[in-house]
Design a protein around this ligand. Structure first.
Ligand code: FES
Length: 185
């Protein structure tokens, strides 16, 4: 267990998502930009033998390094049956299961309505508590889960496969910004 505090429970919402980054050693589940960038960076890193520095030799802060294994994740607060915020959360990798390079949260929170996370690209709905796509082109597929724990009013990373990197989106990660919504919310 990493044990890193990701967010305060009180800061999480039941109607949108909190975006952060994790690093994984498991390339088999690579998705999104991590997967798309892997080929070109593998060659570059093998050449200079040190993937931690930029090309001009200036060391970059840990959370700014371009890293094939860094992915985005979303955290959201679950609601009770009557709609009130519960002391429970869910955490998923931030990639739709219809097109796995498409992000659910594009930087300002993915919409969550009636306990379902909405992919605005083609309208897929994912149950916030189970991650299952209940409607849309990837119906029956599941989001990739990241284990977290709620303690002392905070949410902590509790997944051995992931290391906390930082809050917010992956830097220079702009391929999805041109995607237009086909869904009226
Ligand atoms: S990319 Fe998410 S529904 Fe198509």
């Amino acid at each position: 267990m990493d044990g890193t505090r990701i967010a305060d429970l009180a800061d999480l919402s039941t109607d949108d998502t909190f975006l952060f980054r994790v690093r994984s050693e498991d390339t088999a589940v690579a998705s999104g930009d991590a997967a798309l960038r892997s080929d070109e960076n593998t060659a570059a890193n093998a050449e200079d033998g040190d993937s931690t520095d930029s090309d001009d030799g200036i060391a970059m802060p840990d959370d700014m390094k371009q890293d094939d294994d860094v992915r985005e994740a979303i955290l959201l607060r679950l609601a009770t049956e009557d709609g009130d915020p519960a002391d429970d959360v869910a955490c998923w990798l931030n990639y739709c299961q219809h097109m796995t390079h498409i992000k659910l949260d594009k930087g300002s929170g993915a919409p969550v309505r009636d306990g379902e996370v909405i992919c605005v690209n083609h309208g897929a709905l994912f149950a916030a508590d189970s991650g299952e796509c209940t409607y849309g082109p990837c119906e029956g597929a599941f989001l990739n889960e990241i284990d977290v724990q709620v303690a002392d009013g905070g949410v902590f990373l509790a997944d051995d496969e992931y290391e906390y990197v930082g809050e917010g989106p992956v830097e220079s990660d702009d391929d999805d910004l041109s995607s237009s919504s086909n869904v009226i919310l």
